[in-house]
Write a protein that binds this ligand. Structure first.
Ligand SMILES: [Zn+2]
Length: 861
């Protein structure tokens, strides 16, 4: 907006001060804001602002090149260039707002020399939380008090990581966990003794399989005498031996008093007690035990668990995890990888229910057009459901049959409401025929589940935008809240007739969220059956809504959330951690970069435990990420030693890690000196237990093996040694331009499910070879990852560095990630060489270091 001075009836002269106020009144939002608060009418003279006119540009001392330099924790210097024709004294005032903190104000006198001057304003603050900090500054002339320059600056506060490779991290964190002296070593003499419940044999197999797979120790199936070392698995009711042992350590009464799914785990040097309050509890005792083993043996080859006692129970009976095989994400799902995900994370982190969003992801028989191209068959679902149940997980199928019903409306247009393909007409004579058939088919495919989720979130009737003649003739005139209530009740009837509990999203019933005007669907709350379970994702939009829904007589689950905060805990039966992602184990998909590996652990932790201290995901990551990752992504190395030996790469490197000029076709990623890998240390790098050796050299020297999407020259790397595994320190360079990115991400829509960037052909000395695919988002990720996309399911370690750009704009932060991927050499043969070749995608691949892990000879001691 421009207002000419003539409108004010005067033209200002240098040195004049005018009174000014600016006000905005927006009746639609109720906003009434002033530039200068007057404490009354905005025209009140007392209190309005000063508009000071100064002469010419030179008097303004332009400030440029503002940057914030880190001096140490919480100590920064704000540097800027300024211009003044003469020496002047100025006062600089800075305000800093740190994350979660109040604003602190500081003043500093500054003397500016004539000509080009440099300002250096010390800025210190104490930050206890990570996040965005804001900094404002003004520079005033000391004599006239005229403001010469001002500016605002925002930057990220990054606190040092609290994670350490030696820390034991359990997911979810047990309620009580005491470590004692000593370790329990697992060897071929260890006995697994189960009780009379069948599910205990499954748990014994789980332990046996993990110990064999990761550590190469075969625990015998038969019980031998005399028993030297044993794991007693079961419940006091199923195993008298376990009962006696618990009694001796005074934990029998404690176990019996625990909440359902609780357990006691006692690890002694000779005996391990894995005792559940119920069958699930026993499974969870085993899960915690296996996490103790993996945490304690990263450096060695003999599996050992730290001795100690765990007494643990979930705060909530429902701990849901969302899986999608249909809906808006239509990536194909590989059932085997999904099984691995169920076993390792969903069951491994003690979630107990999967909400399985199916929608078009099933091969429907009666309404075949609903089936989308990535749909799975009845047999596949049956098998996955059996698999999940064996892992103590209930499965609840889910669809969406009102809003977000595009999977129906696009295929069967006759069911559209008001011509809108996303909304269903609930008064069409055949609507419930279709819905009933779909429910029937899914109940069958999911092997008669106890619960069914019908969606019903974000129903957005188009009535307001649709001309009268295009409105649905059947629903016209009926209030939307009535349509909604009738639909909910009808769906409930269909499910109740089949003895299935109905679950739905709650947002349309929350008055302060989607239940408000114009449709007022909150009115349906009093009309629908009370035994429907409401998944409330409105809690952050409408605080207190969990309590309100509970007070109306419903069971409530926090939905679409990663946690149950203290305020909602008394009003919910659990948490539904929703990851709107069909393949959460893959961090790169056709919609970009979207890593949720750590959210899965965080969500598990705060579905099991109330988040009493409001621990944010960021804070959780700072303390735990590398430990969660190394246990999640560790390679299966049954015959390996801890020792690593670097492979010499100096004869094969072909690319500098620096880049002098952007877009000249040379240098690291060709993004210029601000965004390159110059921070890569030369020589030895230790990442967790792995030694690497990078190639040293000057700035422009080649230090990386770069497999470029352009030239496509394969690179042969001599190895000539026996190795239990190859350990890569590598990264991907995704295309920087939008077109290239689009083309790259599009590849994830097409089967095969994973997108290999580099093929690594491993040649053995016997003349044979094996292909290893390095896939985007699994074995290697983006060197500048977005969101939490650096946590890959096949990379147990990551190494972080910073570009110059990150250093300048976000002191203390890192933006570069290098990934450690360990490929297990299951052949046991001597490796002659590897050859890396590009697969023809738009992404480049770079290997910065390579090591081999030593082979363990013979039996583990
Ligand atoms: Zn209708």
């Amino acid at each position: 907006m421009r207002i000419p001075f003539s409108d004010f009836g005067a033209v200002p002269k240098p040195g004049e001060t005018w009174g000014l106020n600016i006000c905005r009144e927006a009746p639609s939002t109720g906003e009434l804001s002033y530039w200068a608060p007057t404490g009354g009418k905005f025209t009140r003279i007392r209190g309005i602002g000063d508009l000071v006119f100064v002469k010419g540009r030179d008097a303004a001392a332009p400030v440029s090149d503002v940057r914030l330099e880190e001096q140490g924790p919480g100590a920064y210097i704000l540097r800027a260039k300024t211009k003044s024709p003469r020496a002047v004294k100025r006062d600089c005032t800075s305000w800093v707002q740190t994350p979660g903190d109040a604003v602190s104000r500081k003043s500093h006198p500054v003397e500016v020399a004539p000509g080009d001057g440099h300002l250096a304003i010390p800025v210190t603050f104490e930050a206890t939380e990570e996040g965005e900090a804001k900094l404002w500054f003004t520079i005033q002339d000391r004599e006239t008090q005229v403001t010469l320059a001002y500016g605002a600056y925002s930057f990220q506060v990054v606190l040092p990581s609290e994670a350490s490779f030696s820390k034991t991290v359990l997911v979810p964190e047990p309620k009580e966990f005491k470590l004692t002296e000593g370790e329990f070593g697992i060897d071929e003499g260890t006995i697994l003794q189960t009780g009379s419940d069948k599910s205990e044999a499954f748990i014994a197999d789980l332990i046996r399989d993990e110990i064999q797979t990761y550590y190469g120790v075969a625990i015998p199936e038969a019980v031998r005498d005399p028993i030297e070392k044993a794991l007693l698995i079961g419940r006091p009711e199923t195993s008298p031996a376990l009962r006696d042992a618990l009694d001796r350590c005074g934990l029998l009464g404690r176990l019996k008093a625990l909440k359902p799914e609780g357990y006691v785990l006692v690890v002694g040097p000779k005996r391990v007690l894995l005792a559940g309050r119920d069958a699930r509890g026993t499974h969870y005792a085993a899960r915690t035990f296996l996490q103790l083993v993996s945490g304690a043996t990263m450096e060695g080859q003999v599996p050992r668990a730290l001795c100690g006692t765990v007494v643990d129970w979930p705060d909530f009976p429902f701990r849901g995890y969302m899986v999608s095989t249909g809906g808006w994400v239509s990536d194909p799902v590989d059932p085997d990888i999904l099984k691995e995900h169920i076993r390792k994370e969903i069951a491994g982190y003690k979630y107990n229910t999967i909400l399985w969003r199916v929608k078009g992801g099933y091969k429907y028989e009666r309404w075949p057009r609903l089936t989308h191209r990535c749909a799975l068959s009845r047999d596949t679902y049956r098998e996955l459901v059996r698999f999940a149940r064996a892992h103590s997980i209930d499965v609840m199928p889910g669809i969406n049959v009102h809003g977000h019903a595009n999977w129906i409306g696009l295929k069967y247009p006759e069911f559209r409401e008001d011509g809108d393909y996303r909304t269903l007409c609930t008064r069409h004579p055949k609507t419930y025929e279709l819905i009933t058939d779909v429910i029937e088919e899914l109940l069958d495919a999911f092997d008669r589940p106890k619960r069914f989720h019908v969606g019903l979130d974000e129903v957005r009737w188009q009535t307001l935008n649709v001309p009268e003649e295009k409105r649905c003739v059947r629903c016209k005139g009926v209030p939307k809240w009535k349509l909604f209530a009738d639909h909910v009740t009808r769906l409930h009837g269909i499910l109740r007739a089949r003895n299935v509990e109905m679950w739905m999203w709650a947002d349309m019933l929350v008055r302060r969220h989607n239940g408000r005007a114009p449709f007022d669907c909150y009115k349906a709350l009093g009309l629908i059956p009370k035994d429907i379970v409401l998944c409330n994702w409105s809690a952050s939009y409408a605080p207190g809504s969990c309590r309100e829904l509970e007070e109306k007589g419903f069971r409530v689950v926090r939905g679409n959330s990663r946690e149950v905060p203290l305020v909602d805990a008394p009003h919910v039966v659990g948490n539904l951690a929703s990851f709107w992602h069909s393949t959460p184990w893959r961090t790169i998909t056709h919609i970009g970069q979207w890593g949720v590996a750590m959210d899965t652990a965080y969500g598990a932790n705060f579905s099991w435990n109330v988040n009493r201290e409001s621990i944010s995901l960021r804070r959780y990551l700072r303390g735990n990420d590398i430990n969660v990752l190394r246990s999640l992504a560790r390679a299966r190395l049954p015959r390996a030693r801890a020792g690593c030996r670097p492979v010499e790469l100096s004869s094969v490197v072909n690319r500098a890690v620096t880049d002098e000029e952007a877009g000249d076709g040379k240098g690291w990623a060709d993004l210029g000196p601000e965004q390159d890998l110059r921070a890569l240390p030369a020589g030895r790098i230790v990442i967790g237990p792995v030694n690497f050796q990078t190639v040293p050299g000057g700035d422009a020297a080649s230090r990386a093996v770069f497999i470029s999407s352009g030239s496509g020259e394969p690179v042969e790397i001599p190895i000539a040694r026996r190795a239990a595994s190859l350990i890569f320190l590598h990264t991907l360079i995704l295309p920087a331009d939008e077109k290239g990115q689009k083309a790259f991400f599009k590849r994830f829509l097409r089967p095969p499910v994973e997108v290999p960037i580099t093929n690594c052909r491993v040649s053995f000395t016997d003349g044979k070879s094996q292909q290893v695919a390095i896939c985007a988002g699994r074995e290697a990720g983006n060197w500048l990852p977005k969101r939490n996309a650096e946590y890959l399911h096949h990379c147990p370690y990551i190494y972080r560095l910073a570009t110059e750009k990150a250093r300048r704009t976000t002191p203390g932060a890192t933006d570069i990630v290098l990934y450690v991927y360990e490929w297990p050499n299951k052949t046991g043969k001597e490796i002659a060489s590897i050859q890396l070749s590009h697969t023809g995608t738009e992404a480049d691949y770079a290997l910065l270091a390579l090591s081999t892990r030593d082979v363990a000879e013979g039996r583990t001691p």
